[in-house]
Write a protein that binds this ligand. Structure first.
Ligand SMILES: Cc1cc2nc3c(=O)[nH]c(=O)nc-3n(C[C@H](O)[C@H](O)[C@H](O)COP(=O)(O)O)c2cc1C
Length: 199
């Protein structure tokens, strides 16, 4: 397990300003991303913000939190290139596997260059079965809604931290699942390349 730096308690931008300035950003600086920046994005996307398990940065239907967030690291300081699972309860990363997957991930995302060029990406997947166990046929809807909450957090956190991101939903599910080696029970929902922006 890799412990992450504590996230900053405040940013130089309040939430209203972040909402106004937020844009989908597709050009990223060449420089490696500091681990502290990645850690802050992970925490403000999906972190544990209260004493209880379900008190997280994002709401979730029934507090189930069946969304898994993985950090796809290409050039993150202090991390080998690889795919890491974010552990919200520990604010830590667990290696999923090592290796630079950006080429395969970019191809799975229909060749979108930003996926190749970003120093890192968040990959969101959902265990629909866990939600269905409680909510039956509404599980897919709830998974997508949960994921949207997480992703909006990521957009706003990036903006407040001087970073940029762009939601990528156009991809071939099976290819993304295969290149991220997702377990059978997880379905890929969204990929958010992020990093320091060039403009
Ligand atoms: C569900 C969803 C999927 C998206 N998929 C992609 C994508 O695959 N590639 C991309 O470049 N932008 C994607 N976007 C970003 C939109 O193109 C962008 O939000 C829109 O053009 C409005 O621009 P703005 O976010 O800067 O306001 C996606 C956005 C959402 C919400």
């Amino acid at each position: 397990m890799i412990s992450l730096p504590e996230p900053p308690a405040a940013a130089g931008m309040d939430v209203f300003e972040a909402i106004r300035k937020r844009r989908s950003r597709r050009s990223f600086a060449e420089a490696p991303l500091p681990l502290a920046s990645a850690a802050a994005v992970l925490f403000y996307t999906a972190g544990l913000t209260g004493a209880r398990n379900h008190h997280r940065a994002a709401p979730s239907a029934g507090g189930i939190h069946a969304i898994t967030v993985r950090l796809v690291a290409r050039e993150v300081e202090g991390l080998e290139p690889g795919v890491y699972r974010y552990l919200p309860l520990e604010h830590a990363l667990e290696i999923h596997f090592e290796g630079d997957v950006r080429q395969a991930l970019c191809a799975a995302c229909l060749g979108q260059r930003l996926v190749f060029e970003a120093p890192a990406a968040l990959a969101f997947s959902a265990d629909i079965g866990r939600i269905a166990a409680r909510y039956g046929g509404r599980a897919e809807r709830y998974a997508a809604l949960d994921c949207g909450h997480y992703a909006q957090n990521a957009y706003l956190a990036c903006e407040a931290l001087g970073l940029g991101t762009c939601g990528v939903g156009a991809f071939r599910d099976a290819e993304v699942a295969s290149c991220l080696r997702l377990p059978e029970n997880e379905r890929p929902l969204y990929v958010l390349p992020f990093g320091e922006v060039t403009e």
